[in-house]
Design a protein around this ligand. Structure first.
Ligand SMILES: NC(=O)c1ccc[n+]([C@@H]2O[C@H](COP(=O)([O-])OP(=O)(O)OC[C@H]3O[C@@H](n4cnc5c(N)ncnc54)[C@H](OP(=O)(O)O)[C@@H]3O)[C@@H](O)[C@H]2O)c1
Length: 250
C-alpha cells in the first residue's frame, strides 16, 4: 500500500539497522527519503540499495557544528519535509563504578543532545500536519545492569514525544515514540558495543531469556510501526509511545 505517496522523510542514522529498514519501508510505501549517518561508505551503499528515491547526508549527530548545517543540507535536496524519524543512536554500557565522563558524554551527546538539536534544525522544514517519530528504547522502562546512562538518554528523548507534541500543536505536527526491545541489528556487535566476543555472546543469551517471545525482534518489524506513525493512519495519535519488545516489559 502506498500510504506515504508524495511524502518526504528524513531518517537520522539511516545507513544501518532499524533506520535502513525504515528507509526501505518508507520508499516501498511511496516516500522520498533522506538518510543521515557518519559512515560515508555505508551511506553510499545504502543509497545504492534504496534506489532513485533515496539521498544521503553525511552528518555526525554528536557534533554540533555538523548538526548546525543540517537544515541547509536538507534544503539543498528538497524544499520541505513531512516526516522525521529521529533514530541515530549508539548503545554503550558500563556500570556506575566504571563509567567514564567520556563515555557518559558520548552517549548523551549522540542519543539526546544530537537528537534534540537535529530536530531543532529540521523543524522549520517540516510541513504543517507532519509527523515526527522518536526511536527510544525499552531500556527507558526497565532496570538492566550497565544500562543506566543509555536508559537515561532514551528516557530523555522519550519525553520529547509528549512535550514537543504540545509545542507543535499550532502546526498540527504529531510527535510519537517507539520503544523497541532487543532488535537484531549491527548495534549488537562487539565493535559497536565496545565489548569482546565472549561478553557479547553472554549478553545476547541473557537478553533473549528476558524476552517472553524468546527471540530478538527484526528491524523490519520496527520499520512497519514507524511507517504507521508516519502515515495518516495514525492521524489521531500524538504524544504516544508504542512498546515493541516481545513482551520484555510485561
Ligand atoms: N537494536 C536494538 O536492540 C535497539 C533497541 C532499542 C532501541 N534501539 C535504537 O535504535 C536506533 C538504531 O539502532 P540500530 O539497532 O538500528 O543500530 P545500528 O544498526 O548500529 O544503527 C545505528 C544508526 O545510527 C547511526 N549513528 C550512530 N551514531 C551516530 C552519529 N554520531 N551521527 C550520525 N549517525 C549516527 C549509525 O550510522 P553511522 O554508523 O554511520 O554513525 C546507524 O545508521 C538507536 O537509537 C538505538 O538506540 C535499538
Amino acid at each position: 500500500m502506498k500510504n506515504l505517496a508524495g511524502k518526504t522523510a528524513v531518517i537520522t542514522g539511516g545507513n544501518s539497522g532499524i533506520g535502513l529498514a525504515t528507509a526501505h519501508e518508507f520508499i516501498a510505501q511511496g516516500a522520498k527519503v533522506i538518510i543521515t549517518g557518519r559512515n560515508e561508505k555505508a551511506l553510499n551503499e545504502a543509497v545504492a540499495q534504496l534506489g532513485d528515491n533515496a539521498y544521503a547526508i553525511a552528518s555526525d549527530m554528536g557534533d554540533m557544528q555538523q548538526i548546525r548545517q543540517l537544515n541547509q543540507q536538507v534544503k539543498a535536496i528538497v524544499p520541505g519535509i513531512d516526516i522525521i524519524f529521529v533514530n541515530a543512536g549508539i548503545g554503550k554500557f558500563n556500570q556506575l563504578e566504571s563509567m567514564t565522563e567520556e563515555m557518559f558524554d558520548e552517549i548523551m551527546d549522540i542519543n539526546f543532545k544530537g537528537a534534540y538539536f537535529s530536530l531543532q534544525q529540521l523543524l522549520p522544514l517540516v510541513n504543517n500536519g507532519g509527523s515526527i517519530i522518536i526511536n527510544a528504547s525499552i531500556n527507558a522502562h526497565i532496570g538492566m545492569v550497565g544500562a543506566s546512562v543509555y536508559a537515561a538518554s532514551k528516557a530523555a528523548i522519550l519525553s520529547l514525544a509528549k512535550n514537543l507534541s504540545a509545542e507543535l500543536l499550532p502546526r498540527k505536527i504529531r510527535v510519537n515514540a517507539i520503544s523497541p526491545g532487543p532488535v537484531g541489528t549491527p548495534l549488537h556487535s562487539s565493535e559497536k558495543l565496545g565489548i569482546n566476543k565472549e561478553q557479547l555472546k553472554s549478553m545476547d543469551e541473557d537478553t533473549v531469556k528476558q524476552v517472553p517471545l524468546g527471540r530478538y525482534g527484526t528491524a523490519e518489524e520496527i520499520a512497519k510501526i514507524v511507517a504507521f506513525f508516519a502515515s495518516d493512519d495514525s492521524s489521531f495519535i500524538l504524544g504516544a509511545e508504542l512498546i515493541a519488545d516481545g513482551g520484555m516489559a510485561l
